[in-house]
Design a binder for this molecule. Structure first.
Ligand code: AKG
Length: 262
C-alpha cells in the first residue's frame, strides 16, 4: 500500500492529510520542500556544524565516537543557536502543518539534527516519543525531514501503523546515545505485520504522532551519510510533568558523562 501524500495535494485538501495521520499515526508527504529549499537548509546545517557545534554544551551534541568529528550523530535545540533554524521552526509551514495535525495551537519544543555516519551509524531503537516527553494528555508530534535520500541501506524510518491507538508500551534503557529508552517487548506478530518502512527523498516530510512506535536500522552503506532534521511540536493542551522531565534529563546527562559518551 502507498502511504504517501503529495505535499501540494495536502495543502489544497488538508483533510486528506489529517485523516491519514489520525488513522495511521503517521503521514508521509512528498516534496514538502523544493530542491532550492533543501539546498539552502543543507548549506545552513553544514555551516552550523562547522561554526557552532564546537561551542555547544557537551550534552547538546552526540558522536558515535567522542573526539571524532566525522562520527557526529545528533545535535539538539538547533533553533536556540541560529536564527535560520528559529525561522524554520516557528511561524513556518512546519508549524502550520503541526497545527493542522494536532488540531489547535502548538508549541515548538525541539529541533534536532540526526545523522547516521556510514558503516557505524547505529540503529534507532523502537520507541514512542511520548515516553520521553512525559505529557498529559500526550498530544504531540515529530516531523522528520530527510536532507538526502534515505532507504533500507542507510537506515530509513519505520513506523508501526495504528500503534498510536494502543497506549504506551513498556520502555527500558538502551545503550544508544540520544535514544536512551526503547520498547522492551518490541517484535510481536502485530508489530511485525504493521511495520511500514519509509524510504524518502530529500525534502519529503515524515510526521508521526508521539504515541506511534518507530525505529530505524543502522547505516550499512560504505559511503552514504543519513542526514535529517527532526521537529517536535506539542499541542498547547499537553502539559509537561516538568519536575520528572528535568530530573530524568539531569540523571541521563550525568550518566553519559560518567561513561565518557558526551
Ligand atoms: O533519526 C532517526 O533514526 C529517528 C528519529 C526519531 O526517532 C525521532 O525523531 O523520534
Amino acid at each position: 500500500m502507498d502511504y504517501t501524500v503529495d505535499a501540494q495535494t495536502s495543502r489544497r485538501q488538508p483533510q486528506i492529510a489529517l485523516d491519514a495521520f489520525t488513522r495511521d499515526g503517521f503521514l508521509a508527504l512528498t516534496a514538502f520542500l523544493t530542491p532550492d529549499e533543501v539546498a539552502e537548509t543543507r548549506t545552513e546545517v553544514a555551516r552550523f556544524i562547522r561554526d557552532r557545534v564546537p561551542q555547544l554544551p557537551r550534552e547538546q551534541v552526540f558522536y558515535e565516537t567522542l573526539g571524532e568529528p566525522d562520527t557526529l550523530k545528533q545535535i539538539v535545540y538547533l533553533y536556540q543557536h541560529e536564527s535560520y533554524f528559529e525561522r524554520l521552526m516557528f511561524d513556518s509551514k512546519f508549524e502550520q502543518l503541526a497545527e493542522l495535525l494536532l488540531q489547535g495551537p502548538v508549541v515548538g519544543k525541539n529541533m534536532q539534527y540526526f545523522n547516521k555516519p556510514p558503516r557505524i551509524g547505529k540503529a534507532t531503537p523502537p520507541h514512542q516519543d511520548g515516553f520521553y516527553f512525559m505529557l498529559d494528555p500526550c498530544e504531540a508530534l515529530t516531523m522528520w525531514l530527510p536532507l538526502e535520500a534515505v532507504d533500507e541501506e542507510n537506515g530509513c524510518v519505520r513506523y508501526v501503523r495504528g500503534s498510536h491507538r494502543r497506549g504506551l508500551r513498556p520502555h527500558g534503557r538502551t545503550q544508544t546515545l540520544g535514544f536512551s529508552q526503547g520498547v522492551t517487548d518490541y517484535g510481536t506478530p502485530q508489530d511485525r505485520a504493521d511495520e511500514v518502512a519509509f524510504p524518502a527523498q530529500a525534502g519529503d516530510l515524515l510526521i508521526h504522532n508521539a504515541m506511534t512506535i518507530h525505529r530505524a536500522d543502522g547505516n550499512r552503506s560504505e559511503t552514504r551519510t543519513r542526514q535529517a532534521l527532526g521537529f517536535v511540536y506539542y499541542s498547547e493542551r499537553a502539559k509537561v510533568d516538568e519536575e520528572r522531565h528535568a530530573a530524568y534529563q539531569k540523571r541521563l546527562a550525568e550518566e553519559m558523562k560518567a561513561k565518557g559518551k558526551i
